[in-house]
Ligand binder design. Structure first.
Ligand SMILES: Nc1ncnc2c1ncn2[C@@H]1O[C@H](COP(=O)(O)OP(=O)(O)OP(=O)(O)O)[C@@H](O)[C@H]1O
Length: 274
């Protein structure tokens, strides 16, 4: 993309949040006047300490909770919390645990988001079968969740969100329950899938290396209530793979990010996972 083009046409927002304020009944506020803009097709991660409200933010974005005030818009859905049905259908929400239904096969688990959005069972199954090989799930369509590894279950869960989410995917610590080796291979897998589909992704993680490896931008929440998210641009070239984590630039960005997080972690704590 040329510089001139970027100047003339700023990227369209995949997600635009303005003035978001929310508190649970009788609790301290979690968000106060929060603005958040995610350009369409970007991969953006949110890193924050436990209990700051990341999952609550996703539930607000998905339309599962109603903000006290503020607006939430996606590229095609318009106002999420006012056009509830339409808003929910265009956002794919992948929670921490895979939530696959044990009595449904891979095919039917992956297809359910489309079916709930009104797509016929036949068409939903066709779309799932088309994507299974690309997602490393060829030949698993008739299997049940208990017959799959943890990584495979997360791939099925991701596929369900990918198919259901028109233009925005919310991924809430999708790899946190996986062992270290599987986690690394799932990160590489997600990079490849995302580079092909280029959906707008908002990704929650406690893992700094994971955030830097995957993202175009990392957002840091430094204080509670969250009034702003401090951005760090991750200008590492793509395609990326695990070797990217050894680049000098990666290490530089990691230092920057740790500094930003220093505001919420005691100084001297330089670990990779919050
Ligand atoms: N239904 C609820 N009613 C009241 N308080 C809640 C409810 N759900 C969450 N909370 C509180 O809101 C705060 C934020 O919770 P949330 O799960 O969004 O945090 P988080 O940043 O995702 O945490 P973690 O990283 O540990 O998953 C916590 O203090 C939590 O106890």
């Amino acid at each position: 993309m040329s510089r001139q083009h970027v100047t003339a046409e700023p990227p369209r927002a995949g997600l635009s949040v303005q003035g978001l304020t929310y508190r649970f009944d009788g609790e301290e506020p979690l968000f106060e006047g929060l603005d958040l803009e995610v350009p369409q097709g970007q991969f953006v991660s949110i890193v924050a300490a436990s209990g700051m409200g990341k999952t609550t933010l996703f539930r607000l974005l998905a339309g599962l909770l109603q903000p006290d005030s503020g607006t939430i818009k996606t590229a095609s859905a318009g106002l999420v919390h006012q056009e509830q049905g339409a808003g929910r259908r265009t956002i794919g929400y992948m929670p921490q645990r895979d939530c696959l239904m044990p009595w449904r096969t891979v095919l039917d688990n992956a297809a359910i988001g489309l079916e709930l959005a009104g797509v016929s069972k036949r068409e939903a199954r066709r779309r799932v079968l088309e994507l299974l090989p690309e997602l490393g799930l060829a030949g698993t369509e008739a299997k049940y969740p208990h017959e799959l590894s943890g990584g495979m279950r997360q791939r099925v869960s991701f596929l369900r969100s990918l198919l259901a989410g028109g233009d925005l995917l919310l991924l809430d610590e999708p790899f946190s329950a996986l062992d270290a080796m599987t986690r690394v291979s799932m990160q590489q897998w997600l990079l490849q899938v995302w580079e092909k589909h280029r959906k707008t992704i908002l990704f929650i993680t406690h893992d700094i290396d994971e955030a830097l490896l995957l993202s175009d931008q990392v957002l840091v929440a430094a204080s509670r209530p969250i009034t702003r998210l401090e951005p760090l641009e991750v200008d590492l070239p793509r395609p990326r793979d695990y070797e990217t984590t050894l680049d000098e630039r990666f290490v530089y960005l990691k230092r920057q990010l740790l500094r930003q997080l220093g505001r919420i972690a005691p100084s001297g704590e330089g670990g990779g996972v919050l």
